[in-house]
Design a protein around this ligand. Sequence first.
Ligand code: GDP
Length: 326
Amino acid sequence: MKPSDSEPMDEALAQAVCDGDRRALARAITLVESTLPEHAARAQALLARLLPHTGKALRVGLSGVPGVGKSTFIESFGLHLTAAGHRVAVLAVDPSSRVSGGSILGDKTRMEGLARDGAAFIRPSPAAGTLGGVAARTREVMLLAEASGYDVVIIETVGVGQSETAVADLCDAFVLLQLPNAGDELQAMKKGVVELADIIAINKRDIDPAASARAAQALRTATHLLAGSAGVPVLEISALKREGIAELWDAVQVFVAREKDDGRFELRRSRQALAWLEDEVQRALRARFEAHPAVREVLQPYRAAVAQGELTPTQAAADLLRRFEI
Ligand code: GDP
């Protein structure tokens, strides 16, 4: 693309995104996810132009261990929402290769109805990058989807490690899916995931309703202790049989309405914006640091020396920063 004609073209692209044109949205996402330096400025200009049209969607985070039924749930939940007149975007934050490695196709077979639904837009995780980078791109893709008129954005992550925190930093309401297995709730508590959850749904209730009820009760007690008197709403659902889906959507809306009443909704969003700023600065600084010729020259030998105890980390850091600042 010639730089000279990028300006009017991106104007048209921005307009088409706002008009809800799916192909334009896909092109805008490709631009935002591009790693080419010449695309970065255009992507930022496009985002700046679309920013006034963003922020109005309800952002729902979704997590749970592999196999808990996230894809199945998104299909049921998404179709429930589109049937109610919503436009739903589904995004994924996944630093592993699960989604990018081709299994989005596997996911999509469980989201077949939604993938065919004109009111839904499904976007897998950006193919590569660090979790921070992937989360940052997902945030921007979320804004593009909002500008394009999607009023519910579901951001999914596989239940491992820090990706949950990244998603909690993107959403208005964080839904955790759990299996009705004894001990699972304890695992989740230990990992601290439950602390991030605004709503917990025990999935696969259809398999063993009694086990599901026990798991729900255990989690109610646990979150009650953790979160204080209110606790966290714990629902029992079956994503496969599409039971409890409407109730879950109600619970999300009740949660968000309460957050808005208490002023916590705005607070959460401004905290997220500040965290985003912080992330961007840190990532940009680190990239510049690592690209700096005087730093690059010694970075590997210093790392090796630190690993072998020949140089203290503090000395190495001080010297690297001195080189960086020259
Ligand atoms: P993900 O890895 O979290 O995305 O989980 P999937 O949506 O791929 O589901 C994993 C398996 O659990 C699939 O075989 C689903 O059909 C099954 N599954 C998902 N939800 C339910 C449910 O509510 N009840 C039952 N019986 N099976 C379910």
